[in-house]
Design a binder for this molecule. Sequence first.
Ligand code: NCD
Length: 303
Amino acid sequence: MRHLMNPMDFSVEELEKLFDLAADIEKDPEKYAHKCTGKKLATCFYEPSTRTRLSFESAMLNLGGSVIGFSDAGSSSASKGESVSDTIRVISCFADICAMRHPKEGAPMVAASHSSIPVINAGDGGHQHPTQTLTDLLTIRSLKGRLCDFTIGICGDLKFGRTVHSLVNALSRYSGIKFVFISPEELRIPGYLREKLWENALTFEEVIRLEDVMSKLDLLYMTRVQRERFFNEEDYVRLKDFYILNKAKMALAKEDCLVLHPLPRVNEISVEVDSDPRAVYFKQVQYGVYVRMALILTLLELV
Ligand code: NCD
């Protein structure tokens, strides 16, 4: 039995297979409409979510399966003091696969080690968010035709943004990737990630001004400032509008530079950018459903 805690749990070859499957699902969804008949997905979300939880639920329903779960810790027995390891033992009796989001780093991993069904990490604190990364990679592969040889700018909260940590890890296995990290001083990538990039001799630079690097990017990954992980509101207020991508900044970008965002967006991308054909963050949401369908099928060994 396999779980998904980190995008690195899948080899590059396994990811290729998963993305091929997702692409086939996109082409011919009918073929997959009954693959999960009689199977249940449990979504155990101890932290707020719109996209990820509904994307998982939509993925399972598209496969003909059904869904149970809770969407906030307050409505689960966690509020009575139940441990994650007990909860997953119970959920294992009710469902065939579980997607778990938790504010504590490592909680889905603890669940996986006590589970008799596959567990998917749907985001753990400021740590990892592997299915967002699968979504990002599938979007890039589908729209750019490759996962190598490009310069990617990653902008915003690189310290607390778990989607950033997962994406950097995952992309570091492909050739010819240059990272440009764009953040205020206080929100730079964590030291462990910087060291990992050094160790693997990957090309990266860290800058503060988005305008200075815009013209060399093939991809721009925008992120919101993660208010819920700040220690004080004052710092959040000071940093929240540090970057606002608008039409004027888009005018500096390459004609085929794609703009991605894991969403939710707050102020970091002005709505005037939404109609720019290079803005693909809403398409990205659709790819998220295809890739989660492919993941459920793979972990349930139905392909
Ligand atoms: C992200 C998350 O939860 O980390 N959202 C998502 O799942 N698409 C990004 C975020 O909350 O900023």
